[in-house]
Design a protein around this ligand. Structure first.
Ligand SMILES: [Zn+2]
Ligand SMILES: [Zn+2]
Length: 136
C-alpha cells in the first residue's frame, strides 16, 4: 500500500510519481529500447496508470514497436531524458524507465526480454572487467 515509485529527469524539470506495487519488473533488450536510450536496453518497472502522475513538460514520440503495437515514449522537453512509456494497446499501464528512479536500487528484474536482440555492448557481460566506479 505504501509502495510508491518516484523519479525524475536529468535536469529535474520533470518528476513522476506512481502509487502502488510494481506489476512487473524487467529488462528489455529490444532494438527500439536500445535506440531510444542509446544503451544496451532498458530496465523497466511496470505500474498502474491509475496511480501515475507527472509534473513538467514532456515530449512524446510514438512508434509501432517490435510487438506490432504503437507505443509512446516520453522524455523531458528540456534535457531529453527518456522517462516513461505509455503503450497505446495497454492504456492501464505505464512503463517507468528504472534508471530515472530516485531509488534505482529497488529495481529487481523478474525477467529479461528480447535477448535475441541483445548485443555484446551489454555491460553485464560475464568475464569482462568490472569496476564499481569509472574505469581506470
Ligand atoms: Zn529534464
Ligand atoms: Zn524494448
Amino acid at each position: 500500500m505504501s509502495d510508491c515509485w518516484k523519479g525524475r529527469c536529468l535536469c529535474g524539470a520533470v518528476q513522476y510519481h506512481a502509487r502502488g506495487a510494481a506489476l512487473a519488473q524487467l529488462i528489455c533488450h529490444c532494438r527500439d529500447c536500445q535506440r531510444a536510450s542509446g544503451s544496451a536496453g532498458l530496465p523497466v518497472v511496470v505500474v498502474s496508470a491509475a496511480g501515475f502522475s507527472f509534473e513538467g513538460e514532456i515530449r512524446s514520440y510514438t512508434i509501432t514497436g517490435g510487438s506490432g503495437m504503437p507505443t509512446t515514449r516520453n522524455s523531458c522537453a528540456r534535457c531529453g531524458s527518456l522517462l516513461f512509456g505509455t503503450p497505446q494497446h495497454a492504456p492501464d499501464i505505464v512503463t517507468l524507465y528504472a534508471g530515472t528512479l530516485d531509488e534505482p536500487s529497488r529495481f529487481r528484474a523478474q525477467f529479461v526480454q528480447f535477448t535475441c536482440e541483445r548485443h555484446r555492448l551489454d555491460a553485464r557481460e560475464p568475464g569482462v572487467e568490472q569496476y564499481s566506479g569509472r574505469a581506470p
